[in-house]
Design a protein around this ligand. Structure first.
Ligand code: SF4
Ligand code: SF4
Ligand code: FES
Length: 260
């Protein structure tokens, strides 16, 4: 009988664990074709595991670019559901199809000629009055935006309200894909935010002051110093820089005020 001890090599153990994880496969259907993919993968990673090379419908992979809209259905359920492929993890036997682009109506306009008048958005998108207040858009939104309320705000001419409610919109188009009234909510919201930013929000005085200082050459010397610095010096400067605390108030200033 051999007295040789079992190997405790961590690398071998890691490989073994990896194989065990990979062995836990789950079936899914992509565009109607069955694949077995490791449990716990996002839809996007599962598609890549299955051999898809994503050149559309894939961007940030972090839930912020809106490129990876996906529609899916679970077995035994008639209901179609939507999600971001880079966020939603696979479930057994789910049917998946990607909608990387939604051909929604996008109005053409000359922004320079637009004002902050309440009717400005609904003049360009009169179809917004087809909204039947079903709230499907809100339920579909992966960003948790009160989409229906934002549309209601636009119908009332409340452009600022719609801009604020839709601030986190990532233009994924999933609301539109579920809309009974066939509204392109995200294009309407984008226009509202543009009008809000350019015509409604007061100009930031501190920003204007900073732009003036840059244009007058206040920072030229510092930038030249940085351009001449060696890589090690740059790394040191970066690592030792004073970082604004998370809880800093509006009046926070760094100790070194040379660059203000
Ligand atoms: S409002 Fe519509 S387009 Fe914007 S994030 Fe929500 S679902 Fe996507
Ligand atoms: S899905 Fe369309 S019709 Fe329904 S509440 Fe939203 S905008 Fe209105
Ligand atoms: S890839 Fe950007 S949101 Fe999914």
């Amino acid at each position: 009988m051999s007295t040789k001890k079992k190997s405790k090599n961590p690398a071998k153990t890691a490989v073994k664990e990896k194989r065990q994880i990979a062995a836990k496969l789950t079936p899914i259907y992509i565009m109607g074709k069955r694949y077995e993919v490791p449990e716990g993968l996002t839809i996007m990673k599962a598609m890549e595991y299955a051999g898809y090379i994503l050149i559309r419908g894939c961007g940030c992979r972090g839930g912020t670019c809106g490129a990876c809209g996906t529609v899916y259905r679970k077995p035994g359920d008639y209901k179609l559901q939507v999600a971001l492929a880079c966020q939603k993890t696979v479930e057994p036997d789910m049917y998946i199809a990607q909608i990387p682009f939604f051909p929604a109506n996008r109005a053409l306009y000359d922004f320079a000629g637009l004002t902050a008048a309440p009717e400005e958005v609904f003049k360009l998108y009169p179809e917004m009055f087809r909204c039947v207040a079903c709230n499907s858009c809100t339920k579909a939104c992966p960003q948790g935006i009160e989409v229906m309320d934002a549309i209601s705000a636009l119908k009332q001419g409340n452009i600022a309200g719609a801009a604020q409610l839709s601030f986190d919109c990532i233009q994924c188009g999933l609301c539109t894909s579920r809309c009974f009234g066939e509204l392109a909510q995200y294009h309407m919201f984008q226009l509202a935010r543009r009008i809000y930013g350019a015509r409604i929000v007061p100009r930031a005085e501190h920003l204007a002051e900073m732009v003036k200082a840059v244009n007058e050459g206040k920072y030229d010397r510092f930038l030249d110093e940085l351009k001449r610095a060696k890589e090690d010096e740059l790394k040191k400067l970066y690592q030792e820089r004073e970082v604004e605390p998370m809880t800093a108030g509006e009046d926070w200033k760094p100790k070194d005020t040379r660059y203000l």
